[in-house]
Design a protein around this ligand. Sequence first.
Ligand SMILES: [Zn+2]
Length: 280
Amino acid sequence: MAIFKDKNYFRVDLSKEPDESLWMRCKSCGELVFKRRIRENNNICPNCGAYFFLTAKERLESLIDEGSFVDISKPIMDDDPLEFTDTKPYPKRIEEAQEKTGLASAIILGSATVSEIPVVIGVMEFQFIGGSMGSVMGEQICHGMEEAIRRRVPFILVSSSGGARVQEGIFYLMQMAKVATVRTRLAEEGIPFISVMTYPTTGGVLASIASLGDVIIAEKGATIGFAGRRVIKDTIAEELPENFQTDAFALAHGAIDRVVPREDLKDELGKLLSLFVEVG
Ligand SMILES: [Zn+2]
């Protein structure tokens, strides 16, 4: 399928983030908290310790060295190969997601440094049609891995996704094979790939690229699973364990390497990268 290039493609610039309001209410404890205080506290409620849901931009800012990000995404936009309509036409859905998130697609891709180590990093935006992986996200992830090979730097992918972009029909399934294929090139080239699973990492993203990291980290509290709990329960007609699809469950069953609290995620990435990369 031809992914059309768009002359109106817009790039991510972290320095231009407006701060719309000063205060917000924590959904967990109900307390009114000062937004800057939350940001300084890794987007964790200073009152009760609950994690606030992060946009892709906020996530990116929380992980990389300040001012180091450069958008290196390809100037491509989603196409509508099936002319798909559910409750609304697919192009309309994309347009609304772009307005809501300020992003061109469901992934931010760029170069940056983490603890002064250069990387290529992709971060999914859950608020963009559930962070779903369609042709554009698949292409951007492949582009990111190819750039990592070209630059000889590690590749980091932070997942937050409900899975594949079903509105694109079979093209979404093809992305799973495509990203897995390019991922093998990273291995052949000896380029490390660190996968970071956040809330939620599910469906076709879990079943492909997110599970293919050399090291797989889950943020504490991440949901990690393929199909929804209810679907599985109804299909196998059995009770599921209480902690099914939690970070702890995935760790106990060897699907991930470690669970890291949000406040330690950046340091943890830096430490891991320093094991792979000669610093200095
Ligand atoms: Zn709270």
